[in-house]
Design a protein around this ligand. Structure first.
Ligand code: LLP
Length: 426
């Protein structure tokens, strides 16, 4: 069931009309559905029930503290990419011991913080990073738990900006170099080799590339075993896509189907090996947990007929939602109160920012008037977290809807706050 549906002619989040939220909190505002969030997380946790598995939500997709808190209460761990994200997890009451630290450029300070907080594992992406981590851990009298992010050279068949598992990407250690890199890791005195991981890309609609990557990781775990390097967890990354609703798009494979196939392969492998050694499975999903959870609620400022195009100018802009201009992403735009029976015109939906790239949707047929509300659908992932203050625009407010209750979980930024950290020459 969609958690955003029309009731009495008005688009609702759960049982709250979006028009009521616009009146109370203004626009643009990110509106999230609590039950959608819990349902999306349950798709993973249900499929993992009874297994040694951990879902580490990739919080770069949406790191609002209230979202993190709700997920932590469901038992989620977190995939982080900065010290700042770790501090968010802790502020939200998440357990650092369920945190995986990914990313190619971890600083010494970030490593130190993560070691102090006893995170579950560092996903290391290069040999220089292994040496740095070894030194930092040694200086603290600790051993750092590490996993190597292996690049399985699998084509994830997604947008080049979000494909990460190919040889040409900056991420991970090349598959052919993995064994040698593991030997280096195992030889360093302040590191504990505990895992293996990969992340091949994002918005994958098919699970075949993910299962192909799994096979390559399994092959490597067996090779490592024969060298006396024992892997305790296998982290397959995130990447499962969502249905943004564009005409002709194929729907993504359901989470339960993907996890079912993945666990079947792992079980077959374990049975074949007969060594009884367990391997914990870790997932790092971001988009598939939060995208469908949210909409970006915005108001039409002006309609501007042009020579070649009609423009619908709204109060949200590229700085609030980067995905269309950055990736050419298609995101659905729905009228909150559709004008049934009125003639539609075709618009490019654009914001007030001074860039031609400031568009949120193109060539959409809508019957709208200035003052109407629009909802950009499936905007819960990589929306607010990628927003900027370009043009000294305060970022949107964020609210979470729970039935007919609306909770403000981030205030709208006001301009004075945007320059509060700046100063003039004395
Ligand atoms: N793990 C790692 C190491 C990652 O780099 C990512 C995403 C994830 C997990 C989560 O992937 P997901 O399940 O969300 O696909 N801004 C882009 C997406 C960038 C993804 C970056 N890495 C977008 O809006 O499409």
């Amino acid at each position: 069931m969609s958690h955003f549906s029309y009731q009495n002619g008005v688009l609702n989040a759960e049982s709250t009309p979006l028009s009521r939220i616009a009146e109370e909190f203004g626009t643009p505002t990110y509106v999230y559905s609590k039950s959608a969030l819990l349902q999306n997380f349950a798709a993973y946790s249900d499929a993992c029930a009874g297994r040694d598995a951990l879902v580490c939500y990739a919080m770069k997709a949406n790191s609002n503290l209230a979202i993190l808190d709700l997920l932590a209460r469901q038992g989620a761990g977190f995939d982080i990419v900065s010290g700042g994200e770790l501090l968010r997890v802790i502020a939200a009451g998440g357990d650092p011991n369920k945190v995986i630290f990914s990313g190619v450029g971890k600083t010494e300070a970030e490593m130190r913080l993560a070691l102090e907080k006893n995170i579950l594992c560092f996903n290391v992406e290069s040999i220089p990073e292994l040496h740095r981590l070894n030194e930092v851990a040694g200086s603290m009298g600790k051993r750092a738990p590490v996993s190597l992010r292996v690049n399985p050279n699998v084509d994830a068949k997604t947008h080049p900006y979000i494909a990460t598992g190919l040889k040409a990407n900056k991420f991970g250690v090349a598959f052919d170099d993995a064994l040698a890199t593991y030997r280096t890791a195992a030889s360093l005195p302040h590191l504990d080799v505990v895992g293996i991981d990969c992340h091949i890309g994002s918005q994958l609609l098919d699970d075949a590339p993910l299962l192909e990557a799994l096979d390559k990781l399994i092959e490597l775990i067996d090779t490592l075993d024969s060298e006396g390097i024992h892997i305790h967890h296998l982290d397959i990354g995130g990447g499962l896509g969502v249905d943004y609703g564009a005409a002709g798009d194929k729907p993504p494979v359901p989470v339960g189907d993907y996890l079912g196939r993945l666990f079947a392969r792992i079980d077959a492998w374990r049975t074949q090996r007969h060594d009884g050694r367990a391997v914990k499975v870790i997932f790092e999903p971001g988009r598939s947990i939060v995208a469908s959870t949210g909409v970006l609620l915005t108001r039409v400022e002006f309609l501007k007929p042009g020579v070649e195009k009609n423009f619908c100018i709204i109060d949200a802009a590229m700085n609030d939602m980067m995905r269309p201009t950055l990736y050419g992403a298609w995101m659905d735009m729905k009228a909150v109160t559709p004008r049934e029976g009125d003639a539609k015109s075709v618009y490019d939906i654009v914001g007030p920012v001074c860039e031609s790239g400031d568009w949120l949707a193109r060539e959409r047929a809508l019957a709208i008037e200035p003052g109407d509300l629009l909802a950009m659908m499936s905007a819960g992932a990589y929306g607010m977290t990628m927003a900027s203050n370009y043009n000294t625009r305060g970022r949107p407010a964020e609210v979470i809807v729970d039935g007919d209750q609306v909770h403000l979980v981030r205030q709208r930024e006001n301009p004075a706050e945007l320059f509060a950290l700046e100063s003039m020459l004395k």
